[in-house]
Design a protein around this ligand. Structure first.
Ligand code: ADP
Length: 157
């Protein structure tokens, strides 16, 4: 049976840390659906369309990766996509506590879906989307924290 994982997140924007998790997980799953969670009450900094375009650039030569968005519960989206796995990355103990609660609640909602965690590479531990946004807002160069397909320099707020 094909193993499909949803990699849900805000990806505001997608970073080298996110990219590394997806590429490493390709040795575990046949198909990974990078899914930008959309919440109309919490628009985020980069528009949804921009985030999707950038992530699609990153994986344009990777047939095992799909890029899309969803709203609502991740477990409902997993069922819709016939995915039995939720992929997440862990950087720190704080990530673990946050992810533990979400994964246990997801498991309570749908026992057939497993959350799978990959530990970040040490060099990616300090990389996060909030810091990238702060650098961009203040006119700095955050390009080393994002994959080349994420064209921060072309973004006009
Ligand atoms: P969310 O808003 O759902 O936390 P994020 O876009 O911040 O979404 O992150 C999506 C997933 O990627 C989460 O599991 C997060 O822990 C993981 N992640 C974020 N940054 C990194 C990184 N530098 N290395 C590994 N995993 C990361």
């Amino acid at each position: 049976m094909q193993k499909t994982a949803i990699f849900p997140g805000s990806f505001d924007p997608f970073t080298v840390g996110h990219e590394s998790i997806v590429r490493r997980a390709l040795s575990i799953f046949d198909r990974i659906i990078v899914s930008v969670g959309y919440n109309s009450n919490k628009q985020g900094y980069f528009p949804l369309e921009t985030r999707l375009e950038w992530i699609s650039n990153v994986f344009k030569n990777e047939p095992g990766v799909e890029v899309t968005w969803f709203s609502g519960l991740t477990v409902d989206f997993c069922r819709k996509k016939d995915a039995r796995f939720i992929l997440r990355g862990l950087r720190t103990a704080a990530d673990f506590e946050f992810e533990r609660a979400i994964a246990q609640v997801n498991k309570a909602m749908d026992d057939s879906i497993e959350s799978v965690f990959l530990l970040t590479r040490p060099e990616h531990t300090p990389v996060n989307s909030t810091i990238v946004r702060d650098i961009v807002r203040n006119g700095g160069d955050a390009s080393k924290f994002v994959p080349p397909g994420v064209k921060l320099g072309e973004f006009k707020p």
